[in-house]
Design a protein around this ligand. Structure first.
Ligand code: DLZ
Length: 166
């Protein structure tokens, strides 16, 4: 038996993402880590057949702006989107209000998906150090890129949600 510790695990089915439109909203703080996470998410979306032209990427200053930035993109003329991915990196050492931002952004993103009635994938890394953040973005040799999980989660949740609407 193989043990999967990190990542979204084995998917139930080979999802077809070729008709999906996905919005990615990312913060610009900690850009090395952010760039790697976005790349991982986009590569995974494309591996499910999501067309590059159907992936819209938009940025906000910092993670605190993610919930509102995600709402703005979702309601913009760029949509409608089947799912959104909100990506940010909070590093405790760099912010006195780490706990406040982490908690409020987590709650706001959870609530947003019910308000929008569409999946909003939680791509917020909350790390104690920059090394941890780099290791969660696949930047460190042999480490796992969580952005890939978020891409896979977006496709799975979009397809499950769309099937429920029809
Ligand atoms: C202010 C701040 C700090 C200190 N650290 C981070 C961080 O590690 N990651 C991040 O995404 N954003 C950080 N910010 C910016 C806030 O999220 C926000 O952009 C500002 O407080 C303006 O509302």
């Amino acid at each position: 038996m193989s043990h999967q510790i990190k990542g979204v695990g084995k998917l139930d089915t080979a999802y077809d993402g070729s008709n999906l439109k996905i919005g990615i909203v990312h913060a610009r703080w900690n850009s090395t880590v952010i760039d790697a996470l976005i790349k991982g998410a986009i590569e995974k979306l494309k591996s499910f057949g999501v067309k590059e032209s159907n992936i819209v990427v938009s940025s906000v200053p910092g993670s605190y702006e993610l919930p509102f930035g995600t709402k703005v993109l979702s309601e913009s003329k760029e949509g409608p989107f089947d799912a959104l991915i909100s990506i940010g990196v909070l590093i405790k050492g760099e912010t006195m209000h780490f706990e406040y931002i982490s908690e409020s952004v987590s709650h706001a993103l959870m609530k947003l998906q019910f308000d929008l009635n569409k999946p909003v994938i939680f791509g917020l890394l909350t790390c104690l150090t920059e090394e941890q953040a780099l290791a969660r973005a696949g930047v460190v040799e042999g480490s796992h890129n969580h952005g890939e999980d978020w891409g896979a989660a977006a496709v799975e949740m979009a397809i499950k949600h769309n099937a429920n609407k029809n």
